[in-house]
Design a protein around this ligand. Structure first.
Ligand code: RIB
Ligand code: CA
Length: 312
């Protein structure tokens, strides 16, 4: 079976970094490029961080394209309170040397979808959907050549993590998320309802350090840093490892269960901006526009990540 061709749109972020490493360690996937977006930290930092991850994995052949430095219409909100000032706090890694491509991320996405056979490239989004929303505004017909969009974002039963109503990635750019929700493109959502069932643990950090590799040590350090926020907030023993769920879904979909339902994005209300209004119980006749994932085999998830990272 040929490898799935993917573009990873990302705002590293420690959890983004683990997702990118998992993708590099998975022969089922062919990473055509990384596109960076402002989110956890500003664009210059997310772009730098993407390079740090590529050099850590010895994947300096990866093409990195910088994207939008602010949401389509909202003021940028970042999350240094979770990820630290660099966005990759927790591991001491060298300043990256690899280049950023001259092409803008939005142009790279559109040029790739025009050049590749229709419905063969999957867009994996790990941050705010700004680049995707900008591409949809620029050329919706080309964007509909994408095989699918698989996104970490949103929440329903878990409610919000940046406001009482909204998850961070959707909250930062609800207009972009609305563009995806109304695009007609096959959309799979990995929301907080899933990621909050996939908590890191002290045992997992021990397993990572036990790999005795630069990747294992870095991921252990990142995990130890970013979980402190969620442990303090939720009183849990670990933190949700959000973004690798997108990659794990592509390589091991049987670890997940969900429903095809209607999901709409609140863009008007200051109180509930960025809320994903998921019709989980199908109480409306709104058309199903997304596969909304609700459950995960957490042991299988962490085993998959650990076993794959061990190969880097
Ligand atoms: O709400 C969690 C999401 O916001 C993750 O993608 C994390 O990296 C941040 O971007
Ligand atoms: Ca992210």
């Amino acid at each position: 079976m040929s490898a799935q061709r993917i573009i990873i749109d990302t705002d590293p972020g420690q959890d983004d970094a683990v997702a990118i490493l998992l993708a590099f360690a998975s022969p089922e996937l062919d990473v055509l490029g990384l596109t960076t977006v402002a989110g956890n930290v500003p664009l210059a930092q997310t772009t730098r961080n993407a390079k740090v991850v590529c050099e850590l994995a010895n994947r300096t052949d990866t093409r990195i394209f910088a994207g939008c430095d602010r949401p389509l219409s909202q003021t940028l909100v970042t999350a240094e309170h979770v990820h630290g000032a660099t966005g990759l706090d927790g591991a001491d890694l060298p300043e990256p040397m690899m280049p950023t491509q001259a092409t803008h991320a939005v142009d790279f996405i559109l040029e790739t979808l025009r050049a590749e056979p229709e419905h063969t490239v999957t867009l994996c989004t790990l941050g705010p959907l700004t680049n995707i929303g900008a591409a949809l505004r620029a050329d919706p017909d080309t964007m509909r050549r994408a095989k699918a969009i698989v996104s970490m974002g949103g929440a329903y039963f878990e409610v919000g993590n940046i406001t009482p109503a909204a998850e961070f990635n959707i909250y930062v750019d609800p207009e972009a998320a609305d563009a995806v929700a109304t695009s007609g493109i096959d959309w799979t959502i990995l929301p907080l309802d899933v990621t909050h069932k996939a908590l890191t643990s002290p045992d997992w950090i021990v397993r990572l350090n036990g790999l005795n590799t630069p990747v294992g040590t870095a991921v252990a350090g990142w995990t130890g840093f970013f979980e402190r926020f969620d442990v303090a907030k939720y009183g849990s023993s670990g933190a949700p490892l959000h973004d690798p769920t997108v990659i794990a879904y592509l390589i091991a979909p049987d670890l997940f269960e969900g429903r095809r339902i209607n999901v709409e994005i609140e863009t008007a209300s200051p109180l509930t901006r960025g809320m994903t209004v998921a019709d989980w119980w199908r109480v409306t006749d709104r058309p199903a526009n997304a596969l909304f994932i609700g459950s995960i085999n957490a042991k299988g998830y962490f085993d998959l990540i650990t076993n794959r990272l061990a190969t880097l």
